[in-house]
Ligand binder design. Structure first.
Ligand code: SAJ
Length: 427
């Protein structure tokens, strides 16, 4: 099958890169978002997502009019739904955006069209929720139009490259739908395209992120037991990972972002009685920000009145995405404990946390601080020269929640350094 036009619903972290990449491959793309601000910004050349290379790619697609923007779908050969699926307060999947997107497609759906769902969803969403909505068009899913699910698997910070190079799983509601999906994604995917059914494809996505969440939880639990046992967990993990079949992940202040901390809940929701391990992993990872704040408090001998330089707010290094970031929870806890916190997030300079002062430079952040806390291992922070920190700061406490600062140079500069996962051998 050949697709000449595609309508992409949702111009966020996945939709905009996908729409721009499709447009580059020669397909006419209609980009749809319900947020008028997103559309206005894009029209003015402002890309609301910080992702290497995206600005140029999206600009090129918009300037050449191979990508055009609208707040509602248009007739096209294929529709791609790439809207968010957040979790509610009680950890249930909020499918409202997915269902609204499906409803918006109904008046424009024609015989022979393909509808692809990319949003992360609980198993059976494509079959049980999306198909019936699309069938309100009077057309039958399968005989009249193709319907398939494909999980996005791209890593923020490497989206454009991974969009093309990663293997793609495409699950159809029938074999012909999976094949139609493959024909569309072949337009830009160089990686392998693997076909399956829709519910398996939905589950694959959830297994991937849950697997990672559980393994990060193991690393976090190891870091806490290492603190108690007087062991350096980073050294222990490095050595354990020399085993040919062991690959322990990195402990840290918690799991942020909008995927790994969220997707496991979709499996819990589907099978609550069968997922004790998944639920426990979530609890361990969600407990890391509080544990990190305790470490900082202990390092400083109390928080009240202490000035803290909090380095980084994003959920992981070298990106400006703040969603679900453990760094934000930690700063909020420090503020609540009575500390005077100065934050600096170089990839999202306007970012702030209530009660903390948002600084615009590393130097201003460190100025007069009692403690420097490494929350996010952004390149510039990892490379911070302790002597430079000592010049700006009043106190000599360094807290490393990422295992990224070498202790010796910090000690040589006069600091007491505390690292998450490193117990005192003589304690
Ligand atoms: N983290 C750790 N220790 C580690 C690795 C990560 O504490 O060893 C933390 C990070 O600091 C961050 C969080 O976990 O706060 C998640 O970061 P990440 O880099 O592991 O993953 P994401 O959320 O940026 O992207 C994931 C990817 N999934 C997997 O690697 C299985 C990506 O491929 C998915 O496309 C993405 O979720 C998604 O959208 O689902």
């Amino acid at each position: 099958m050949r697709f000449q036009s595609v309508c992409v619903l949702g111009l966020g972290y996945i939709g905009l890169p996908t729409a721009s990449t499709l447009a580059k491959s020669g397909i006419k793309v209609f980009g749809v978002d319900v947020d008028q601000k997103v559309l206005d910004n894009l029209k003015e050349g402002q890309i609301h997502i910080h992702e290497p290379g995206l600005h140029e790619l999206a600009r090129e697609a918009l300037d050449s009019r191979s990508l055009t923007l609208s707040n509602r779908p248009e007739e096209a050969d294929a529709f791609v739904i790439a809207v968010p699926t957040p979790v509610t307060e009680d950890n249930k999947a909020d499918l409202s955006h997915v269902l609204e997107a499906a409803e918006a497609i109904v008046p424009h759906l024609r015989k022979g069209n393909l509808v692809m769902l990319e949003s992360t969803c609980p198993p059976r969403t494509t079959l049980d929720q999306v198909a019936p909505i699309l069938e309100r068009s009077g057309l039958a899913a399968g005989p009249d139009f193709f319907l398939a699910y494909t999980p996005e698997r791209v890593l923020p910070g490497h989206i454009l490259q991974e969009l093309v190079e990663n293997a793609r799983v495409i699950g159809g509601i029938d074999a012909a739908s999976a094949e139609a999906g493959r024909d569309l994604y072949r337009a830009f995917v160089d990686g392998e395209i693997l076909l399956t059914d829709a519910t398996t494809a939905e589950t694959v996505k959830l297994l991937e992120n849950t697997y990672r969440d559980i393994n990060i939880a193991a690393a976090n639990e190891f870091s806490q037991l290492a603190e108690r046992l007087g062991v350096d967990v980073w050294e222990a993990i490095r050595l354990a990972n020399r085993h040919p079949r062991v690959e322990i992940l990195q402990p840290g202040p918690g799991v942020g972002g909008h995927c790994i901390g969220v997707d496991p809940w979709f499996l819990v929701e589907a099978t609550p009685d069968l997922t004790p391990l998944i639920q426990q992993a979530r609890a361990v990872n969600d407990g890391q920000p509080a544990h990190s704040a305790d470490l900082i408090e202990q390092a400083l001998g109390g928080l009240s009145g202490k000035r803290i330089a909090a380095l980084g707010l994003s959920y992981k290094p070298n990106v400006g995405d703040l969603r679900g970031s453990p760094a934000i929870e930690i700063v909020a806890r420090l503020v609540e404990g009575g500390a005077e916190v100065h934050t600096f997030e170089p990839y999202a300079q306007a970012a702030s946390v209530g009660g903390a002062a948002a600084e615009r430079s590393l130097k201003d952040t460190l100025e007069g601080a009692d403690a420097a806390v490494l929350l996010v291992n952004h390149r510039d922070f990892v490379e911070l020269d302790p002597r430079q920190a000592a010049q700006a700061m009043t106190g000599r406490v360094a807290v490393d929640l990422r295992g990224a600062w070498e202790a010796e140079p910090w000690r040589a500069a006069g600091f007491d350094i505390y690292t998450l996962g490193v117990g005192k051998p003589d304690a």
